[in-house]
Design a protein around this ligand. Structure first.
Ligand code: HAM
Length: 422
């Protein structure tokens, strides 16, 4: 008995009717990144679990509750990557990318895996485009990354984009802040959700991004990090804001933006669109590279969720159109014409024209129906008459245009290309 197996919960199939939009979006993102000096890096889908525990942080929901972790056949603990940054940092260190020519800029398109409760826009397998810039401490680096995201979103023509900025300081100013947060939340310990009670002991800042309504209500009165920044972090943040404003990018400072990953220091930011909170997020990470065994240099970057970006583009009527599946369909009647159509289709493809012919032995009527379903721009029917005359009519499928074309080996492809181009 056959069984119908369905896709795992929280995953998506990108169907042929959708893939061109994905490719166009990915192409635009990579092109924008190249303009800013980024080259693509590709890293494994799975890494040693320890990379994410140390990198992303074992106090985060992403690592604690959402990671796909398993033991491989060699007894190693392996995890599917829940985000792109940690693997990219590992690869940059391991391959000596951080030894010279800093800042080093890399970008990536990755699939990520998080065992979250699936809902619209939240999946267990999703895709990110991201960038990481290593070895640039100046506020201009943070500002350039923010400009890049803003340019990208503007380049797609998106409406309603907002930017929220915050600084979460360095370990020095954060120590003071943690004390203040602990003292504040201690007064509400019993009212916090069980996870936040644990967070209170481990990393009280994580309480600030709890989604539980009671915890949110309590967190709304908590001390804000901006009041605890050391003079260096304060000056850095002021300079980032200054450059972002000078570049004409509107923002609001939101001290509750703390991000759900542990590696951030100083600048953090989120771009949102109504209905798409935190469409894109990023920031600076001061200690991550050294923590993972690399040189003592900082990184700054961002990532955007591709499923969310594509959904938003289609909601705003901006999704790239699916190109026609076929320029020319060569229908045929009879064996000799079938062979001719086969060879002419091949000649067209060798000349960079997308062409198809009958591969099923169907009637001309059925072939034309199929050409219509393919969305072919032009079709040609080759039968005994056409073979005898060595010419056939190229017909526009959705219009009235008709052009006679000679079926000669040395002129056919040029003649068809000319028709397609005019
Ligand atoms: P993140 O905010 O965890 O940051 O994820 C980045 C983006 O991935 C989000 O803004 C969202 O669009 C998308 N995303 C996250 N989770 C899901 C999900 N379950 N389903 C669909 N989309 C999702 C990072 O991952 C950092 N590595 C960003 C970064 C790079 N920071 C510095 N460099």
């Amino acid at each position: 008995m056959s069984v119908k197996i369905t896709k795992p919960r929280g995953t998506n199939d990108v169907l042929p009717s959708q893939s061109a939009a994905w490719q166009a979006v990915e192409g635009k993102l990579i092109t924008a990144a190249r303009r800013f000096g980024y080259s693509e890096i590709r890293t494994p889908v799975f890494e040693a679990t320890e990379l994410f525990a140390r990198g992303v942080g074992d106090g985060t929901d992403v690592v604690n509750k959402e990671m796909y972790t398993f033991e491989d056949r060699g007894g190693r603990s392996i995890s599917l990557r829940p985000e792109g940054t940690a693997g990219v940092v590992r690869a940059a260190i391991e391959n000596g990318l951080l030894a010279d020519a800093l800042p080093r800029k890399v970008c990536y398109l990755v699939s990520c895996f998080r065992y979250e409760k699936p809902q619209s826009g939240r999946y267990r397998q999703f895709h990110q485009f991201g960038v990481e810039m290593f070895g640039a401490d100046a506020p201009a680096a943070d500002a350039e990354v923010i400009c890049m995201v803003s340019d990208i979103l503007r380049g797609f023509g998106l409406a309603g984009v907002t930017l929220e900025l915050n600084s979460i300081g360095c370990p020095a100013c954060r120590a003071e802040y943690h004390k203040a947060l602990r003292a504040y939340f201690e007064g509400y310990r019993a009212e916090l959700c069980p996870t936040c009670q644990e967070r209170l002991d481990k990393n009280p800042m994580r309480i600030l991004d709890c989604k539980n309504p009671e915890c949110r209500e309590i967190a709304s009165g908590a001390p804000v990090i901006l009041d605890y920044l050391c003079p260096e972090c304060r000056a850095h943040f002021e300079a980032v804001k200054d450059l972002v404003a000078a570049a004409g990018i509107a923002y609001t400072v939101n001290p509750t933006v703390v991000r759900g990953l542990d590696y951030y220091t100083r600048t953090v930011f989120e771009f949102s669109v109504p209905g798409y909170p935190a469409l894109c997020g990023g920031g600076r990470y001061g200690g991550l590279v050294a923590e993972l065994g690399g040189p003592d240099i900082e990184g700054v970057g961002f990532a955007i969720g591709l499923e969310r970006l594509l959904a938003l583009l289609s909601e705003q009527g901006l999704a790239p159109a699916q190109p026609k599946g076929c320029d020319v369909y060569l229908a045929s009647m009879g064996e000799a014409a079938g062979k001719k159509a086969f060879l002419l289709a091949e000649a067209l493809r060798r000349a960079d024209v997308s062409a198809q012919c009958d591969l099923c032995g169907r009637s001309v009527k059925a072939q034309m129906k199929y050409a219509d379903k393919l969305g072919a721009r032009y079709a040609m029917v080759i039968g005994d008459d056409e073979l005898a005359k060595n010419e056939a009519e190229l017909k526009e499928m959705a219009g009235e245009r008709r052009v006679m074309v000679e079926l000669l080996d040395d002129s056919f492809t040029d003649a068809v290309r000319k028709v397609l181009a005019t």
